[in-house]
Design a protein around this ligand. Structure first.
Ligand code: FAD
Ligand code: NAP
Length: 355
């Protein structure tokens, strides 16, 4: 059923008020076809919605907001002791992780407590603590918006990168992800290279060899709860910026000026911790007119005042400009903005440019 003039505040974790001209909840393929047919007839743009934890609503959406509510979760044995998971787009990501670790299956535990649904996980190749979706991804089925055809994507076809995939690039706005298949390996080794995990297990005294996937998931949950704001209590969209990647030369200049710079080498280039840059520039804990920067993690912008997305983006721009002035580094927004441009500034707020 298609609703009109629908409030999207419950559908974004930043809790920004915005309205969709039309809204539909699709719980099966028939519902998806009907919604797409409606949008085609009226020539409407589509906003696919999962848990709304990686979007910024900067204004009313003039098309069809389509909540992807398809359900279904299956675990089955695969070759060489592996396990194949088939999950529909509307299943909750964290519940899938916890379901896997409860079965003793390893591979997803570092990705515990990431908000949102399965359908959005491939969009930015979700990642945390040195693990990304692509590490256990097998394939997915998507519905082409223009035709309603079902299309299979292999891992290669998804072109996964750092918080990136084909669905943010050449296939942007062209597909609805309906079902995702993961393959968890038969053998498993805990991946605890991140300092926070190292420190956690140093404190508990657990040896690496004795760890189970459940132990690692518990550690990730405890660490995340200690520093990241729960969107249920403090509205936010997670990390607002991607970690910028700079050349070795740029890195050397910065490292000389800031010996405590947090950065990690990736081949010849360096990934800078955007949270460190924002913190160092003095923004951590900043608050103004109901929006602000989280006091424990400067990479997370918060919206306790339930302000419109435009206000959050305005703050993000101010921060990005300041980082550029102070460090000569461009910050790129991670969440997607809808609509793409802000009403007061044509062309502004596009994800492909700095915030
Ligand atoms: P939404 O916000 O609903 O959608 C995100 C994008 O995907 C939108 O462009 C939307 O249109 C599109 N989309 C959604 N579903 C579909 C579909 N079925 N088909 C086609 N397009 C679709 N991300 C990480 O990578 N790592 C983290 O550790 C992490 N931690 C977070 C912590 C917090 C507190 C928060 C608030 C966010 C965090 N995120 C993290 C970001 C976010 O949780 C992930 O990107 C998540 O995958 C978004 O899922 P969602 O269902 O909420 O997507
Ligand atoms: P953190 O552990 O304090 O680390 C700070 C930054 O340093 C992170 O951005 C991380 O990069 C990088 N880093 C740390 N150890 C590293 C290592 N051994 N190798 C390479 N890079 C390393 O970060 P945090 O804020 O508490 O977040 C923990 C994890 O959850 C991170 O992986 C982060 O990406 C993820 N997370 C993501 C979101 C989101 O919305 N996207 C929100 C919250 C947390 P990476 O970010 O590349 O991992």
């Amino acid at each position: 059923m298609i609703r009109t003039d629908t409030d999207l505040q419950p559908f974004n974790t930043l809790t920004s008020a915005a309205r969709a001209k039309y809204f539909a909840e699709a719980t099966d393929y028939q519902g998806l076809h009907e919604a797409l047919e409606f949008a085609r007839r009226k020539q409407l743009p589509i906003l696919p919605l999962g848990g709304g934890s990686n979007i910024v609503l900067t204004g009313d959406f003039p098309g069809l907001a389509l909540h992807m509510g398809l359900k279904g979760l299956e675990f089955e044995p695969a070759e060489e002791g592996a396990t194949r998971i088939t999950a529909a787009a509307g299943e909750n990501w964290h519940q899938l992780v916890m379901n896997s670790v409860a079965r003793g299956l390893g591979g997803l535990e570092n990705l515990a407590l990431i908000p949102g649904n399965i359908g959005a996980a491939p969009i930015q190749n979700i990642g945390a603590y040195g693990v990304e979706l692509k590490d256990t991804f097998h394939s997915l089925t998507a519905m082409e918006i223009a035709t309603g055809d079902l299309v299979e994507f292999s891992a290669e076809a998804c072109q996964f990168g750092y918080r990136d995939s084909v669905f943010k690039q050449s296939a942007r706005d062209r597909f609805l992800i309906c079902e995702v298949r993961l393959q968890l390996p038969g053998s498993w080794r805990a991946q605890i290279s991140y300092p926070a995990l190292q420190q956690y297990f140093a404190e508990t005294g657990q040896a690496l060899e004795s760890l189970t996937p459940e132990d690692v998931a518990e550690a990730v949950i405890a660490i995340r709860n200690s520093k990241l704001p729960n969107p249920v209590h403090i509205p936010n969209a997670g990390s607002f910026f991607k970690n910028p990647v700079v050349t070795g030369e740029q890195y050397q200049v910065l490292k000389q000026r800031y010996p405590d710079l947090v950065a990690f080498s990736i081949g010849d280039d360096w990934k800078l911790a955007a949270g460190w840059l924002i913190d160092r520039a003095g923004w951590r804990g900043f608050a103004r007119d109901g929006v602000g920067v989280h006091e424990r993690q400067a990479l997370v912008l918060v919206n306790p005042g339930h302000q419109c997305g435009g206000k959050v983006v305005a703050l993000a721009r101010e921060i990005a400009a300041d980082i550029h002035t102070k460090f000569g580094v461009e910050l790129e927004a991670e969440p997607r903005f809808y609509p793409d441009s802000l009403p007061d500034s044509p062309g502004a707020g596009r994800q492909s440019t700095s915030a």
